[in-house]
Ligand binder design. Structure first.
Ligand code: FAD
Ligand code: MLT
Ligand code: ZN
Length: 460
């Protein structure tokens, strides 16, 4: 059966690059979750929009499920192929297609890594502001499909805010050119925004036009030590009130311990329960303002220590303490919560979430960090070496259901920026109403009538 399907694909598209080696199936069939055993049918590496379209049409004719694949840095299992799917990797479609200085936009193929798109913008004297630690491996297509956030959202917003247009091959094999770079367009439904955060369930992003902006101003980076969780939002308010923040990220002593276990230097003599790394636009007054904000926080008992980077190298060291967290935790196969609430709801949500997790996870190490300036918390539960993965996940899922109830009460989201994928599928109800989920199913049926696009992800 399998061979006949691949033979028909080869016959339909003799020039298509196809991989079927077991090592390739294992490599392309999983993402950073490493929870599912990869078992794809094969890997297709199309080189053009036409080839992607032909693969989708073939999948409809043969009834084969497709898994769009970028850099597979996803943390929700969206790019996992564990059920005989054909993985459609965009990795060969990785070129810059053009730059428009008047529109200030960059057109790219969807498989281009984020970092290369950022560098291309910089080469034209402009800036693409979406940024996070996976920049070297994740792709613009994957960023669009997950509406990736990252460390600059507090200043620049999410991926969604920077997509001026995209070319989309729908699940039925139509090629749609959405947005077309227009600044203004009130001509009906904006299908571009349906493609964004659709996690490969509606079609495949093949090209994108990225909006660019002015290069960021010179900045300073500061690390703060905080005595308590409750201080976090007050420190945020104090700094946001005085400075133009480019980033405001937090992590705990537990996160720092894991990063430092991989190298690096402790930032302060003492260990503090919470840390904030913040970056702000630096002008004539900002240093004095930062100092004033810091002194105000010290005076009110909201901060216990602080340091401002005196050089680029020191700034990079401070950033590494935050950006090194995911990699330092990877060996523990962490169960990841990625939740958000409105900033105003954060203090009340935090109090409840903290009490819940302290009660329910006495046996596990819990690592808190994230984009607190956006109301986005990453809560990673580390698997003890001796625990069986299935038991560990079952325990975390039981607690996540309780957390989802708290989130629902506070009007939050079960996925701030990583997507629903496989990991958070059981908890979609806490963020989206039954009517919304029904509407999403209707949209899926319209764009992917035979259900070939990433089935089993986002919802069943
Ligand atoms: P993949 O993992 O390959 O795929 C993700 C989803 O998108 C899947 O559902 C897949 O089917 C779909 N997809 C991929 N390409 C396409 C396409 N061309 N068309 C349609 N669907 C497609 N995320 C954040 O938001 N903020 C962070 O700060 C952040 N930090 C991270 C740090 C590290 C160290 C790591 C490992 C991950 C981090 N992530 C973060 C998660 C991840 O990098 C993002 O979700 C990223 O956008 C995924 O891009 P990708 O190309 O790797 O996508
Ligand atoms: C981050 O902010 O570091 C990422 O979203 C990755 C993670 O949650 O591990
Ligand atoms: Zn994040």
């Amino acid at each position: 059966m399998t061979d006949a399907r691949l033979a028909s694909l080869r016959a339909a598209l003799p020039g298509l690059r196809l991989l079927t080696d077991p090592a390739d199936l294992a490599h392309y069939g999983r993402d950073w979750t490493r929870r599912w055993t990869p078992a794809p049918l094969a890997i297709a590496l199309p080189g053009s929009v036409e080839e992607v379209q032909a693969v989708v049409r073939w999948a409809n004719a043969e009834g084969v499920a497709l898994v769009p694949s970028g850099g597979r840095t996803g943390l929700s299992g969206g790019a996992v192929a564990a059920n005989g799917e054909l993985v459609v990797s965009l990795e060969r479609m990785n070129r810059v297609l053009g730059f428009d200085p008047v529109d200030r936009s960059l057109s790219v193929q969807a498989g281009i890594p984020l970092q290369l798109a950022q560098e291309a913008a910089r080469a034209h004297g402009l800036y693409y502001p979406v940024d996070f630690a996976a920049r070297g491996s994740c792709t613009i297509g994957g960023n669009i499909a997950t509406n990736a956030g990252g460390i600059r959202v507090v200043r620049y917003g999410n991926t969604r805010d920077w997509i001026a247009g995209l070319t989309f091959v729908t699940g039925s094999g139509e090629v749609l050119r959405l947005g077309r770079g227009l600044v203004k367009d009130s001509s009906g439904y904006d299908l571009r925004h349906l493609a964004i955060a659709s996690e490969g369930t509606l079609g495949i992003v093949v090209e994108a036009t990225l909006r660019l902006t002015d290069p960021p101003p010179p900045t300073r980076v500061m690390l703060l030590a905080l005595p308590s969780f409750t201080a976090l939002m007050q420190v945020f308010a104090a700094f946001r009130g005085r400075l133009q923040l480019q980033a405001f990220e937090f992590f705990t002593d537990v996160a720092l311990k894991h990063v430092l276990a991989h190298g690096g230097q402790a930032p302060f003599d003492a260990v503090h329960p919470f840390y904030v790394v913040t970056e702000f636009a630096s002008d004539d007054t900002s240093e004095a303002e930062a100092l004033a904000a810091f002194e105000q926080c010290m005076g009110e008992g909201l901060a216990s220590d602080g340091v401002i980077a005196a050089s680029q190298a020191q700034a990079a060291q401070l950033w590494h303490l935050r950006e090194g967290i995911t990699e330092s935790l990877a060996k523990y196969l962490p169960y990841k919560n990625d939740v958000s609430v409105r900033i105003a709801a954060m203090p009340a949500f935090l109090a409840e979430a903290q009490a819940l997790l302290a009660r329910e996870y006495p046996q596990f190490e819990v690592v808190w960090f994230g984009h607190i300036g956006d109301g986005n918390l990453h809560i990673n539960i580390l698997k003890p070496e001796t625990a069986a993965q299935a038991d560990f996940v079952a325990d975390c899922e039981r607690v996540t259901k309780l957390l989802a109830e708290v989130l629902q009460r506070h009007g939050g989201s079960i996925s701030a920026e990583h997507g629903i994928g496989l990991v958070k599928k059981p908890y979609l109800w806490c963020t989206r109403s039954a009517a919304e989920i029904a509407a999403m199913r209707g949209i899926k049926a319209a764009l992917d009538p035979n259900g070939v696009m990433n089935p089993g992800k986002l919802f069943d």
